[in-house]
Design a protein around this ligand. Structure first.
Ligand code: A3P
Length: 286
């Protein structure tokens, strides 16, 4: 299967996953509803973890939904081929929608709605490492070649969904114009229960202690790794070969130290300082 990319508005995407026509529709034609909840991330930043957390919160802590329905149906990726059909027939209220899109390609109708955005961000060095392993396993990404090559592409934004730096700058810039919650992967790791409470507050949902316990228990690394509705074992090996790298791989922070040379880390830090200067939020690994 071809692993080439197509270009849309200067950004590359996998044609196996989306098209220029679909991206144009998403931006200009997709109708956001006031009660939609968006899970937005740059790839490999904790997307499927947040899907699990939100599915469980919206089910009042009952794990039945997350144990019986694959995550891509529970919270479809807005810009993917199969999402539009699922989103039209979705009967749950609110609709739960995932997206990796940068803010400038997001549905224009979002601006006039009260829809909520949860934006999860992760130390980009760890996101890059996770991406390196994932891109070796899936046809949706080009073979990364060497880690050094992927690092260069990541720093210049020559990867699907573009530059991490632009993505984070773009989304955090609109944080006060829309119902918006910033969550970091690292805080989920450090205090999952506290983060779940914070997310519940943002969504205006009250869960009792038992329901909270259940959300936390069913969103742990171990539970998700064993849940075939979350671990991608239902997907054809031709699309994601989990033998090359499991989707739910290590689930830690700081794995970048096992992959970056000192020079690579220093280069990354220099670009980071330059590109993230005067960011309007404080990120926890700064
Ligand atoms: P690693 O490859 O570093 O292990 P995304 O869902 O955005 O593609 O991100 C995938 C990353 O999130 C992977 O990181 C995966 O292991 C991690 N992840 C998924 N569920 C997790 C959980 N419950 N706890 C910790 N990390 C999790």
């Amino acid at each position: 299967m071809s692993r080439e990319y197509m270009s849309y508005k200067g950004m590359c995407f996998s044609p196996l996953y989306t098209s220029a026509e679909l991206l144009t529709f998403v931006e200009n034609g997709f109708q956001v509803r006031d009660d939609d909840i968006f899970n937005v991330t740059y790839p490999k930043s904790g997307t499927i973890w947040m899907i699990e957390i939100l599915s469980l919160i919206c089910s009042g802590g009952d794990p039945h939904w997350s144990r019986t329905v694959p995550n891509w149906e529970r919270m479809p990726w807005l810009e993917s081929f199969n999402a539009q059909e699922t989103l039209q027939v979705v009967s749950e209220k609110p609709r739960l929608i995932t997206s990796h899109l940068p803010v400038h390609l997001f549905p224009k109708s979002k601006a006039k709605s009260k829809a909520k955005v949860i934006y999860t961000v992760r130390n980009p060095k760890d996101a890059l490492v996770s991406l390196y392993h994932f891109s070796r396993a899936t046809v949706y990404w080009k073979d990364p070649g060497s880690f050094e090559q992927l690092l260069q592409d990541f720093l210049t934004g020559d990867v699907p969904y573009g530059s991490w730096f632009d993505h984070v700058r773009g989304w955090t810039a609109v944080k006060d114009q829309t119902p918006f919650l910033l969550v970091t992967y690292e805080e989920l790791l450090k205090d999952l229960r506290g983060s779940v409470v914070r997310i519940c507050d943002f969504l205006g949902r009250e869960l009792d202690a038992a329901a909270l316990d259940s959300v936390v228990e069913n969103a742990t690394f171990k539970t998700m790794k064993d849940n075939k509705m979350a671990n991608y074992s239902l997907i054809s090996e031709d699309l994601i070969d989990l033998k090359k790298s499991p989707f739910i791989r290590k689930g830690i922070s700081g794995d970048w130290k096992n992959h970056f040379t000192l020079e690579q880390s220093e280069l990354f830090d220099r670009v980071y300082q330059e590109r993230m200067r005067n960011l309007n939020v404080k990120l926890s690994w700064d």
